[in-house]
Design a binder for this molecule. Structure first.
Ligand SMILES: [Zn+2]
Length: 154
């Protein structure tokens, strides 16, 4: 068996991520108020989270902010076994880990985020989950560490 050659190399890249008005407001509320804000379509009433400037159904411009809860329902999930470099930490993310498309309460779209659970036998579509927030927020989606199963059935 051939052993793969490994050359560790750490690159330091500093950059500023440009956001538009809608994502800047989403991140500000997340960091400063620990609130999740979605944008509601004035025509079809669909609530987008993460927010976007135009409705994907009817192409109306979105300007109405609505607060979305940090609890929701798993609409799809997977267990990831392939290691990745976590872009928020620069470190190799331990595997396996759970990821899910979560429809937060009050939103009509899903948010892709990590799950605390990584055993697929403990997960199911329709399962209720709750966000676990970091104590110190920096204005990134990683201000939510992951989602955990809610104990009470709703
Ligand atoms: Zn619409």
């Amino acid at each position: 068996m051939t052993e793969l050659l490994r050359v560790p190399h750490t690159m330091t890249l500093a950059w500023r991520y440009g956001t538009s008005w809608y994502f800047a407001e989403f991140i500000r509320a997340l960091r400063d108020e620990r609130r999740l804000l979605g944008l509601r379509c004035p025509a079809c009433r669909r609530v987008y989270l993460p927010p976007r400037p135009v409705c994907g159904n009817c192409y109306a411009e979105l300007r109405e902010w609505v607060e979305v809860k940090d609890s929701g329902t798993i609409r799809a999930f997977t267990i990831v076994h392939t290691p990745i470099i976590d872009p928020t930490s620069g470190q190799l993310r331990p595997t396996p880990y759970g990821m899910a498309l979560i429809q937060l309460d009050g939103a009509d779209t899903t948010l892709n985020h990590y799950l605390a659970e990584n055993d697929p036998s403990q997960l199911q579509i329709g399962m209720r989950v709750q966000a676990v927030w970091r104590k110190e927020r920096s204005g990134m989606l990683s201000d939510i560490v992951h989602f955990v199963a809610m104990n009470n059935e709703q």
